[in-house]
Every structure is written in C-alpha cells, then in structure tokens.
Design a protein around this ligand. Structure first.
Ligand SMILES: *Cc1c(COP(=O)(O)O)cnc(C)c1O
Length: 358
C-alpha cells in the first residue's frame, strides 16, 4: 500500500541511545535534558533565537490565540487543516474567513482589509504546504490596524523566506511535529516568537502558569513535551537534510513527468527556500479527481484530499462563501511523497494519473 506519506523512522539503535538517557536519568517529563537538548539543536539547525517545544501542534495555536486573540474576530484562511479553525472557536474567538490566492493557496492578502472590523484582534494565517503567505503585505496591514499576527507554520519546518527561517515572522509562529509531518516527534509541536516578553508568556502558559513550585505568573495549560517524544526528535534531526533532499527527488520527478498542461500544481512564492513537504495537484474538476483517485486506489495507492472540505463550510463556523477555496478544495489531492518512495512506484503513480486525465 502506498499512502500520501510514510512516517520516517530513524535507526532504532539511534532512538534507543536517547531513550537510554531517560532511563539513566529516571526522568520522563517537565522539561528534562532531552527536551532542552532538542530545543538547542533545533535552534541551531533552523538558525532561530528562541523556541518552546510542545506536546502537539494544536496547543501552541490555542495558547497563542488565548494570549493574543482576546475573544475577538480572527481573520483566517479557509484552506488549511481543521486545527487552524477549530483552535479559534475553541478559544472563544470568531473566525472571519478571507478567501485564498488561486495559485499560492495561501490567504489572499488583498482581501484582508475589507474584512477588518473594530472587533478584529488578530490574523491567523497558514503557510499551507510550507508555502509562505505574503508575509510583507500582512505585516503592513497588521501594523496599520494594530493587529497581532499568528502563523500556523505546521507544514513549514525548514522553510526559509528572504534568507530567514519562516518561523521568525509574525508575532508567533507555531509548528507541528506530528508523525505525518516532515520533522516529527510522534506527537509534538512548537511555538516561536522573537519578542522576549511574549516568549516568557508563551513559556509559562505551556506549563500551567508556574513561576516556581509555589507561585503563578498567570493562567496556563499543559503543553509540555515529554522526554520520550524528544528522543524521537533527537534521533531524526540529524537526518533532516537527507529527508528534504529525498523529498526533492520525488517532487522533481513529479514536476518533470506529470502532464502539467492538464493539472495545476502549487506555485511557490518567490524568495522561498521550500521544504518539499507536500505535492498537491489540482484537477480540472472534482469528477476527474474522483476518477483518478479510483484508478490509483485500485492499484493500492492512496493520495489524500488535503484540504477538504473548505473550512468555511464546517458546521460550527458560519463561514460564508469562499468561492476560490471551495473550488480548489473540491479538486485538490496530495500525491504520495516520502523518503524511499521508489522510482518504480513513482512511474506507476504518474502513468496512472497521466492516463486518466485525457
Ligand atoms: C497538523 C496540523 C496542525 C495540528 O498539529 P497537531 O500536531 O496534529 O496537533 C495544525 N495546523 C495544520 C495546518 C496542520 O497541518
């Protein structure tokens, strides 16, 4: 069976070497040495100055919205994983959707200002598939209207924009280290800010608000990563360059062999060093998508309809109409993309697609 992704497993000896340290220390959580070491190594690898790693990629969204959303209206994208929208509603904020750009698939920055009201507190946009939003335009809108900017950068580990880690933009960026993501700790995630005061607030918020054992800075929740999760991250991080170059091999193969006259592929924003995290293709119609999907499924190949449905149509959102997002969501699938995906299988995937889009 070929799925859209296959979790990367490091050699088990390398994983157990880190796990052994947890045993030796008899220490499993509350920011033990493996968590601290993973934070240091990620900072070095991504060339960023600060990071807090967490138990998954959703809690950091919730914490950021709790601190910056202020129960207001949050301008957001309808084209993302459901966690983006659900976190807004979960934090008692109101999602206000703005349609997406038809080629980049990120929020259409030219439509943001129109949706701002006196109740707007923040913009929560996703660098979907690791493709950066129009960061500079969003920054200037946020400045003009005094709004906070949170980036859901769940797909963006290793992405650079204008020679800087994508995580360094916005007030806060969040990431997911879920097993399906490009860098993972089984379950896990991170939040990143360059603002030291906000960093301190994010930090105490992810640890019940603690200021030492007896005092509290404020309200908090449990967002801590465990030593067992950190061990997985520490044993995968040394493979990141290899993981990204393997994924580039697959993306290059698709780009040269798929019939790109008949299907649309993502346009990566200029000045981006991309991480090859997903390979979305947009068919001419949902009907054609379903035909191709069936042909692939019959051969044991299972692409995923990332992202469907458009989030403005989810029942708890009152999302209005988002014609571009709804249209793209009905026609898009992500093709299999992972380390070691064989040339033989790539040939099979490509010919099944090309033969079914005539
Ligand atoms: C995966 C994902 C999340 C949630 O991350 P978890 O680690 O699964 O909690 C949030 N946003 C987007 C866009 C994602 O793809």
């Amino acid at each position: 069976m070929i799925n859209v992704t296959k979790t990367f497993f490091p050699p088990v000896e390398e994983y157990t070497k880190f796990i052994k340290r947890a045993w030796d220390n008899e220490w499993l959580t509350n920011r033990g040495e493996l968590v601290l070491e993973l934070e240091e190594k990620i900072k070095k690898y991504l060339e960023i100055s600060n990071i807090i790693i967490t138990n998954n990629g959703t809690v950091p969204l919730q914490i950021a919205l709790k601190l910056l959303g202020n129960r207001g209206e949050i301008i957001t994208t309808p084209f993302s994983y459901v966690a983006t929208t659900a976190s807004i509603v979960w934090e008692n904020c109101i999602p206000v959707f703005v349609d997406i750009h038809p080629e980049y698939f990120t929020i259409d920055e030219t439509k943001i200002e129109h949706s701002i009201t006196p109740k707007t507190t923040a913009i929560l946009a996703t660098h979907v598939f690791g493709n950066p939003c129009n960061i500079l335009a969003i920054e200037s809108i946020a400045k003009k209207y005094n709004l906070k900017v949170i980036y859901d950068a769940a797909h963006s580990f290793g992405v650079k924009f204008n020679d800087k880690s994508i995580f360094e933009y916005g007030d806060v960026s969040t990431c997911s280290f879920h097993a399906t993501k490009i860098f993972h700790t089984g379950e896990g995630g991170a939040m990143i800010t360059k603002d030291q005061d906000l960093h301190n607030k994010l930090y105490f918020s992810h640890n019940f608000g603690h200021n030492g054992p007896l005092e509290f800075y404020g309200l908090g929740i449990n967002g801590k990563m465990s030593e067992l999760q950190a061990a997985m991250g520490l044993s995968i991080l040394p493979y990141m360059d290899e993981i990204i170059s393997e994924r580039k091999r697959v993306v290059d193969y698709y780009n040269t062999n798929l019939d790109l006259e008949k299907i649309q592929v993502i346009k990566i924003r200029p000045n981006t060093v991309w991480n090859y995290s997903y390979y979305p293709v947009v068919f001419k119609s949902e009907y054609q998508l379903l035909e191709v999907q069936k042909a692939l499924n019959d051969e044991g190949i299972f692409p995923r309809r990332y992202f469907y449905p458009s989030l403005n149509t989810v029942e708890y959102t009152n999302g209005g109409k988002m014609p571009i997002s709804e249209n793209i969501a009905s026609r898009i699938v992500c093709l299999p993309l992972y380390v070691d995906l064989s040339l033989e299988n790539l040939k099979k995937i490509v010919s099944l697609i090309n033969n079914n889009i005539c």
